[in-house]
Design a protein around this ligand. Structure first.
Ligand SMILES: *Cc1c(COP(=O)(O)O)cnc(C)c1O
Length: 566
């Protein structure tokens, strides 16, 4: 049925469109951007993920910044086509029915990349099983293990049922899908079972698997108690996982499983490679730095600007390097349009009127402690004084905290407290319901994109890349992609000058204020053309490199290539 070889790309979340809430953040958006780039480049990727019928969640913020959540209503049938096969897998000794839906990504030259969404909300399953795939990162560990079983084992069974016989590579985007390696071994051994697996079988599976790790701290990796694994997957599989060293301290570690079975392993930035190499010293770790899908993340005024001067950018993002010849006036005009649109949106949503002439700082990302959303308010007095004496500032925030992340929720409340304390001296808005569409408007419509992660926890980060494509420079801690994208005063600015591996908050806070005070604000208000030159080189140097096409070429060359082409 599908005779030509493909690369199967497995991801717990995939963000394709704002209205399809099948993602929670960076991991899912990266997956969507990867698949879109493959479609543009005629690369035979196929995506495998879960159908989250209740999405991630809707975010509500009251006037103190308390977050509450509600399920998202959306209708998968408006976006996805049901496919014929039904498959069955065994969870806790029970048969669970799975069906599949297809989304087709059409690339710029008309090539299609399918994404398959696995769904357990079908007749034949009891209520508990029907809800298994409902919510992204919704349940407890037990629920999560069941979801990962559906993704890994169900995903493999589904590919075979759809007729994909020749699969050149299985790409695990994070460890959630690592159980697919068991399915590959089981296919090999058939009725003999996992007890008969030899080192040769393992090697053969290894030749087919690629693993991208995204988590720079040990606590971030999925682990499940062996007892739970036994219950969900059965004794045969649990024994096998124990024998082959994927269980440590009585728990199955999904990252170890993925590492053990992969021939190619990579981190998502150069720095993240070395962090991961220290964590997993027995495996060779490579790096392929993330990129964003340029067409998706470029706003209409910049699309038009690029179309006028460098029309080739659409099919080959490398041409963005020639942004060096874009007239500054046109960059300024395109940015002014993106800024007007964002401010109009702020007014529609919050009834707050921001001033288009004021230096606007943007910060939007998942509200989780290491992102340090509130770092800008570490010294409110200093910020107040700076805004009064050096130049006005206004700030636009966005971002959801995971429903169980109390410290993330506290961080949102602290932004609201800072807003109270600063009143009209520094206007602050926090927009609810951060999603792809809003993310794009904020990244493009502000004057500088702020990022303050605690080092070394930002494996890559991608929103600054989206900003760069729209001519918005970053002011960021030197972590993740920014170590590679940062040229001081050329593509943006660093907050810390040091190359220390770990954050020193006091030093960073002071550096953040002094950079704003002595560099950004004076340049923005007194040398607008110089500021526009920074905007221009952000596009030329970072837009042309930190995009998903370049990333896809690197996966093709380094990760998916046959052994002999290495
Ligand atoms: C780009 C994006 C992210 C990831 O941004 P980071 O800077 O990598 O954290 C998360 N959520 C949404 C909605 C995005 O558009």
């Amino acid at each position: 049925m599908n005779p030509s070889p493909v690369i199967a790309y497995f991801s717990m979340e995939v963000g394709l469109e704002s209205e399809m809430p099948t993602y929670s953040g960076g991991l899912g958006i990266l997956a969507g951007d990867t698949l879109k780039a493959a479609a543009d480049l005629n690369i035979p990727l196929i995506g495998v993920t879960l159908l989250h019928r209740k999405g991630y969640f809707r975010q509500h913020l009251d006037d103190q910044g308390n977050q509450s959540e509600s399920p998202v209503d959306w209708y998968p049938e408006e976006f996805l086509e049901p496919q014929r096969p039904r498959i069955f897998i065994t969870i806790e000794g029970r048969t669970v029915h799975i069906r599949v839906w297809r989304y087709l990504i059409q690339g710029t030259t008309g090539y299609d990349v399918p994404v398959y969404f696995l769904d357990t909300a079908v007749d034949g399953n009891d209520d508990w099983d029907q809800a298994l795939t409902d919510q992204l990162y919704g349940g407890d560990d037990f629920h999560r293990l069941c979801q990962e079983t559906i993704l890994g084992l169900g995903g493999m069974a589904m590919l075979r049922a759809l007729g994909y016989k020749q699969i050149k590579a299985f790409h695990m985007n994070e460890g959630h899908s690592a159980l697919l390696t068991l399915a590959l071994l089981e296919e090999k051994k058939q009725s003999e079972g996992l007890g008969a697996v030899t080192m040769e079988d393992i090697d053969a599976v290894r030749q087919q698997c690629v693993f991208t790790t995204h988590t720079p701290v040990p606590a971030g990796h999925d682990k499940f108690p062996v007892q739970m694994v036994r219950q969900v997957l059965g004794d045969g599989r649990a024994d096998f996982l124990e024998t082959f060293g994927c269980c440590v301290d009585g728990a199955l570690n999904m990252t170890f499983l993925a590492l053990y079975f992969s021939r190619y392993i990579n981190g998502v930035s150069h720095r993240h490679e070395s962090i991961s190499q220290d964590m997993f010293s027995e495996y060779p770790i490579n790096s392929i730095t993330n990129g964003v899908h340029a067409l998706t993340w470029t706003t209409p005024p910049f699309r038009r600007l690029f179309d006028r001067h460098i029309p080739e950018w659409r099919h080959d993002n490398l041409y963005l390097r020639y942004a060096t010849c874009l007239p500054l006036d046109e960059i300024i005009a395109a940015h002014a349009e993106a800024k007007r649109e964002l401010l109009a949106q702020v007014q529609r949503r919050t009834d707050i009127e921001l001033d288009p002439a004021v230096m606007t700082i943007g910060f939007a990302r998942r509200a989780t402690p290491y992102k340090r959303t509130d770092l800008l308010f570490a010294d409110i007095e200093r910020l107040r004084k700076m805004a009064a004496q050096t130049g006005s500032i206004q700030v636009i925030y966005g971002g959801k905290a995971h429903p169980r992340d109390e410290s993330g929720k506290d961080m949102i409340r602290r932004i609201f407290q800072a807003r109270e304390a600063l009143q009209d001296q520094v206007k602050i808005v926090y927009l609810e319901e951060y999603d792809m569409e809003l993310g794009k408007s904020i990244c493009a419509g502000v004057d500088v994109w702020l990022n303050t992660p605690q080092k070394p926890r930002e494996a890559s980060g991608t929103s600054g890349m989206k900003a760069a494509l729209n001519g918005v420079p970053s002011l960021s801690i030197l972590d993740g992609w920014w170590i590679e994208g940062h040229v001081e005063g050329v593509t943006g600015w660093s907050i810390d000058d040091s190359w220390k591996a770990e954050s020193d908050p006091a030093e960073e806070i002071s550096a953040l204020y002094s950079k704003l005070e002595s560099v950004l604000l004076p340049m923005f208000y007194q040398q607008p053309r110089k500021y526009a030159e920074v905007m221009r080189s952000a596009i030329a140097l970072n837009g042309s490199f930190f995009n998903a096409q370049r990333m896809m070429f690197q996966y093709l060359k380094n990760a998916y290539a046959d052994e002999e082409n290495h």
